[in-house]
Ligand binder design. Structure first.
Ligand SMILES: Cc1cc2nc3c(=O)[nH]c(=O)nc-3n(C[C@H](O)[C@H](O)[C@H](O)COP(=O)(O)OP(=O)(O)OC[C@H]3O[C@@H](n4cnc5c(N)ncnc54)[C@H](O)[C@@H]3O)c2cc1C
Length: 385
């Protein structure tokens, strides 16, 4: 099957942009644990981060499948899209459930780069994957909500103007179904940092700019509420399908990078007076990773198409994320093995990408939870939790 011309064009344009940000750039950022602001600015200026914003609001109005291609190419070029990917998937919640007034207020600024929507506050330290047990509360007080609680792993909070926040607005024992009573807010962090909002960075094994955030009587206007109060969990679930598809596309890009890097090295590296790539013991793991990556790639595009045509891609988005994260991690391991000792040397970028790729079988949803979803919701096996 040949790819549509406009998609091929997007690939070329992203490749050209990424060529300006070679390995040395990422190595330095990684060493310093610094935010790649120049890269994110370039992505914004080129319009790629506004891919999903409708043209009427200054974006390019592309579909999720095209956005997935953008994220894939960023990773396949050796760059790190984790510095900016949230803008794509958070956008979906605002686009689907935000009021016309909220869209008019925020989308043009996000599209032209004046505003950054990069922080997504869902995870909490005590509830973990059990999102419905989260403890952050937002209580209505006149024309404001007062927020108290804590989030963890709120990535890019220090580099974002806006945060999409999930908080409980009705206590759990006062709702009919446990999925009710949670609400989504678009928080303008510029108004509340130091005034009820505290952000603390968490240093991790890779350069990810992640943080924990604390809400201490943080007052936000009632107009920050997205959609209807109490329906936030449903909104977030729909956004999570987009997130899983986009992250899966990134994993496919990572797998492509590792496979290309290993293939090139296996052709060049001579040991016992011949290229190591002549040995089937070196070839086969690369070939296996290639097959695994292609299978994941097909599922990613299938999931994106189900999403783009208005279907519910719950199963497909989960399977895409599962297959792609496993394909990228297998390729990462294979790439280190193919490089032997040089796989550990900073200047080859393999060890950096290896650390970055490790995240995706854990976040934004871990493999076990995907398997559990498929077992219960697709195969009809008994509910386990
Ligand atoms: C670098 C980084 C960036 C992140 N960025 C964000 C962000 O921007 N915003 C945000 O909201 N969150 C973010 N996260 C959080 C991420 O989504 C969670 O870490 C992930 O969903 C796993 O949740 P947890 O860490 O609470 O693990 P837990 O829920 O504590 O689970 C721990 C382990 O137990 C397993 N497990 C738990 N329950 C079950 C079960 N019932 N059956 C089988 N196995 C089970 C899990 O699969 C996992 O392997 C980020 C995390 C990291 C590490």
């Amino acid at each position: 099957m040949t790819e549509a011309e406009d998609i091929t064009e997007i690939r070329r344009a992203v490749q050209a942009l990424c060529a300006e940000f070679p390995g040395e750039y990422w190595r330095e950022k990684d060493r310093e644990r610094a935010y790649p602001g120049e890269f994110v600015d370039a992505l914004t200026r080129s319009g790629f981060l506004a891919a999903l914003i409708p043209e009427a609001f200054g974006g390019s109005g592309l579909k999720l499948d095209a956005a997935a291609v953008i994220m894939e190419e960023i990773q396949a070029a050796g760059c790190n899209g984790a510095s900016a990917h949230a803008q794509m998937y958070i956008m979906n919640t605002l686009l689907r459930y935000g009021s016309e007034g909220q869209k008019a207020q925020y989308l043009p600024g996000i599209a032209n780069g004046e505003l950054r929507l990069q922080a997504f506050g869902v995870s909490e330290p005590t509830s973990g994957t059990d999102t419905l047990s989260l403890r952050t509360v937002a209580v209505r007080d006149g024309d404001h909500y007062v927020v108290n609680g804590q989030k963890i792993w709120t990535s890019r909070a220090e580099h974002s103007d806006l945060m999409l926040l999930l908080a409980r607005t009705t206590p759990r024992d006062q709702v009919k179904s446990k999925t009710e009573g949670l609400s989504i807010f678009l928080v303008d962090m510029r108004e509340v940092v130091g005034k009820g909002l505290t952000i603390k960075p968490i240093r991790t094994m890779m350069n990810h700019s992640t943080t924990e955030v604390f809400f201490d009587d943080m007052r936000i206007p009632a107009s920050s509420l997205i959609g209807e109060e109490g329906k936030g969990f449903r909104y977030i679930l729909s956004g999570m399908n987009a997130e899983r598809i986009l992250i899966a596309a990134e994993c496919v890009g990572d797998a492509k990078w590792f496979i290309q890097k290993a293939t090139d090295y296996a052709k060049d590296r001579n040991v016992f007076a011949r290229p190591i790539g002549r040995n089937q013991g070196v070839q086969f793991p690369i070939a296996r990773c290639y097959a695994q990556m292609r299978a994941a790639e097909l599922m990613v595009h299938h999931a994106a198409q189900v999403y783009d045509t208005g279907g519910n891609p719950g199963a497909e988005a989960n399977m895409a994320k599962l297959l792609a994260s496993e394909a990228s991690w297998a390729a990462a391991d294979m790439c280190v093995q193919t490089h032997g000792g040089f796989g550990f040397a900073e200047e080859y970028d393999v060890e950096r990408k290896f650390r970055e790729a490790r995240l995706y079988t854990v976040a934004p949803i871990s493999t076990n939870l995907i398997l559990s979803y498929l077992a219960e919701h697709v195969l009809g096996l008994p509910r386990s939790y």
